[in-house]
Design a protein around this ligand. Sequence first.
Ligand code: AFP
Length: 333
Amino acid sequence: MRRDLEAWLKDSGAGEDLQTLLLAAAGACAKISALVRAGELAGVLGSAGTGNVQGEVQKTLDVLANDVMLKMCRDAGVLAGAASEEEDEPVWFGDRAGAPYLMLFDPLDGSSNIDVNVSIGTIISVLERPDGAGSGVGPFLQKGRQQKAAAYSVYGPQTQLIVTVGKGATGFTLDAESGRWLETAPKMAIPEATREFSINMSNMRHWESPVMLYIRDCLAGKQGPRGKDFNMRWVAAMVADVHRIMSRGGVFMYPRDARDPSKPGKLRLMYEGNPMSLLVEQAGGAAFNGIEDILDVEPTELHQRVAVMMGSKEEVDVLRKAHAEKVDAAVSV
Ligand code: AFP
């Protein structure tokens, strides 16, 4: 008999309030999954005709998923406030001012995949509400290491949910008939060695030299310094690309590049970098931003960006070494 999420949470050592919040978030993911599956039949595809704080066009599903997550987690009663990638400012629930938790989430990661029926996902990060905190952005600006839980749901051929409360990473599959999340990957473990990388190669000309050199060596294959052939995959939804790595190893990168020097990468620290890094570390992998572990980055803004290199330890170590050597010479691949 497989355990369901509720039974797993009871055994996980998480306090009752955290269990309640994670069950509500998982319920929201199940609801979002149903909307994603219905697609055109539910009239949820296409653009919402609005933009988010990062200037990106919002899809109808981005907006719906955001509303579903906010409402269901607020109704759980243990959340004082939430910040979403789709909202400019955090939402504080005035009637829940004393509640113990704060949540940050990306309601639909990989929006450009929605209308073409390719995998997308939802990411959540749970923090403790600092004593006395009741408004503004400040209470959300906690380092990734302070997260009390993180999870992502991937809407692919199956809908899966990967959760950590800081004691490993566990995977569940949504049973569409009963609506229950059943435990299908009790102890996710990222293999230390890999022959697979995941990066948007079209940005190569903008990368900094350590990443250029790393990819050049991977592409050189057996005859090159790495002595092995590498494969490449890019779904363009971080959740899906990292889920593959959580399941079978690999390294995922969205490094800093020269397109906009004011931004240290494309991905968001609080909604993507931190929760996915915690899950990757809990599965035995590593996550680095070119300078330090992503979980040690001091956040300064809610929507701040971060460079991301995460996955199998051996590859992240090669990237650490390349960054430590600070090769400044122009490199061509
Ligand atoms: P969207 O949600 O705007 O599609 O962005 C997805 C994402 O933040 C991340 O999930 C992907 O890894 C990355 O962007 C894809 O970026 P490219 O457009 O450069 O492929």
